[in-house]
Design a protein around this ligand. Structure first.
Ligand code: ADP
Ligand code: MG
Length: 256
């Protein structure tokens, strides 16, 4: 049974999408069968993995509303072992459209459970909010991976996502666990990055990944070429670090 990992943090710009794209691609590169689910209406994971979000016929939105089946909204193209379930702007309307739908929190879970046997990993990129979409992702997930940016306010907001995880665990998904926290955009030239890492380690009992993702301009460039970092610049520090994160994620799964 594949491990379903939601990449979540209600703060925007912390590296969720970058992590979703590149963790998916590096897991696939390591021979794991991966489905990358874009669950943010901005569709940045979709375009970052090489798809034109305006041109996708069926997306996760149609799947949630029951307007298409799984086969119609899963695409292969980017890389061997890597499938993509895209999203687009329409998904933003789902919150309102799902208001009266029965079991609206577990729609994604119901669908992903049908195919989780076909994958080693299903990675879900969440939107920067704690709305019904994120609740769906957390209800579908086995674990939550929380990227935190190495900046002064890193700890702020962390408690909020951890509380939401607890809430979903109590009410909707008792098996949900924290996969861990991963530091992103680490800048070795500043003391601040180092201080942030030390400070979070001091205040957090949860799992923190050994891999720290550096600030690397290649990671910021890759999406505009529609490529994950391992394809865009295989030898960059960004690619190396996401490969290390992928191998930690694989090994952590093996410990259970
Ligand atoms: P989120 O999905 O949490 O909003 P993104 O992954 O979209 O965050 O990242 C926000 C911005 O920072 C994007 O422009 C992205 O390209 C850039 N970025 C993310 N991680 C890195 C990194 N490690 N090095 C350099 N730029 C990064
Ligand atoms: Mg994002």
């Amino acid at each position: 049974m594949g491990r379903i990992i939601a990449i979540a943090n209600q703060k925007g710009g912390v590296g969720k999408t970058t992590t979703a794209i590149n963790l998916s691609a590096c897991l696939a590169e390591a021979g794991q069968k991966v489905l990358s689910v874009d669950f943010d209406p901005q569709g940045n994971a979709t375009s970052g993995l090489g798809f034109e979000k305006e041109e996708m016929d069926k997306t996760v939105y149609e799947l949630l509303l029951g307007d298409c089946g799984l086969d119609a909204c899963i695409y292969q193209d980017v890389q061997e072992n890597l499938d993509v379930m895209p999203s687009d702007m329409n998904l933003a309307a789902a919150e309102i459209e799902l208001l009266d739908v029965k079991n609206k929190e577990s729609l994604l879970r119901t669908e992903l459970k049908k195919i989780s046997d076909s994958y080693d990993f299903i990675i879900i990129d969440c939107p920067p909010s704690l709305n019904i979409l994120t609740i769906n992702a957390l209800t579908a997930a086995d674990t939550v991976l929380v990227p935190i940016q190495c900046e002064y306010y890193a700890l702020e907001g962390l408690s909020q996502i951890l509380q939401t995880v607890e809430m979903v665990k109590k009410r909707l998904n008792p098996d949900l666990e924290l996969e861990g926290v991963v530091f992103t955009m680490y800048d070795a030239r500043t003391n601040l990055s180092l201080e942030v890492v030390e400070n979070v380690k001091k205040h957090l009992n949860e799992t923190i990944y050994k891999t720290i993702i550096p600030r690397n301009v290649r990671l910021a460039e890759a999406p505009s070429h529609g490529m994950p970092i391992n394809l865009y610049d295989s030898r960059s520090s960004g690619a190396e670090s996401y490969r290390m994160l992928a191998s930690e994620v694989i090994n952590r799964g093996g410990e259970e």
